[in-house]
Design a binder for this molecule. Structure first.
Ligand code: FPP
Length: 213
């Protein structure tokens, strides 16, 4: 979900306003989630490298998260959203961990999968999974994959990065092995369900060979 800062800068607004508009973009997409069109939507909300931002910006993002869970959890439950969280999220502030545990619990009966990456870094995820596989004496690709944070999510088919940046920035590196990639110029706060529909349309036209012919 890249481009919140630039969206704000273009309008002479503080970065925090860009992040607020970013949350609105999340809300619009979650409201429009259609399990017939998409098995799972995974959002990269906070990376393990985002701690390097200013204390004020990190505080803004954490407060936005608190506010978002408080304001939207009921709607998630009512709309059948099933929340998953990937990353080292248990290292977040204890009150956020408690709110997330409650949100996981209350959405556990839902069917529209929404995964949120929090304090997530793919290299860290792979290292944690490899350490667990080694402990079980089983260092194979399958054994590592089975221990990734995403082990209970469907395979990654399409990875979209907004804001014109063409890199993965430590997101789902293992899972992206055969995923299709889409890099769009749209800044995240401007990303609408129509953009997602367009991306899925683009994806449907791609030919996937997984290394075969
Ligand atoms: C990248 O934009 C965005 C982030 C680091 C944070 C994304 C977080 C949210 C949209 C809000 C929190 C999420 C939830 C689920 C409540 P950037 O700041 O790097 O933008 P820039 O590259 O234009 O500076």
């Amino acid at each position: 979900m890249d481009g919140n800062g630039r969206w704000a800068k273009k309008r002479g607004l503080p970065r925090a306003v860009g992040h607020q508009r970013g949350v609105e973009a999340v809300r619009r997409l979650v409201r429009g989630l259609d399990p017939m069109a998409l098995d799972c939507l995974t959002l990269y909300a906070f990376s393990s490298e985002n701690w390097k931002r200013s204390e004020d910006e990190v505080d803004d993002l954490m407060n936005l998260m608190r506010k978002f869970i408080k304001s939207d959890l009921e709607e998630f439950v009512a709309n059948g959203v099933k929340l998953k969280i990937i990353g080292n999220w248990k290292a977040l502030a204890p009150d956020i961990v408690a709110m997330l545990e409650d949100a996981l619990d209350r959405t556990s009966g839902g069917s529209k999968l929404l995964a949120v990456a929090l304090n997530y870094g793919a290299q860290d995820e792979i290292a944690r999974a490899a350490a667990m596989a080694a402990e079980a004496g089983e260092i194979t690709a399958d054994a590592i994959e089975a221990r990734l944070d995403t082990s209970d999510l469907p395979p990654l088919d399409l990875l979209i990065r907004t804001s014109g940046e063409i890199r993965l920035s430590n997101f789902l590196l293992w899972q992206a092995a055969y995923a299709e990639m889409l890099f769009v110029d749209t800044l995240w706060p401007d990303f609408k369900p129509e953009h997602l529909a367009q991306a899925l349309d683009d994806f449907a036209r791609r030919e996937r060979r997984y290394g075969g012919r």
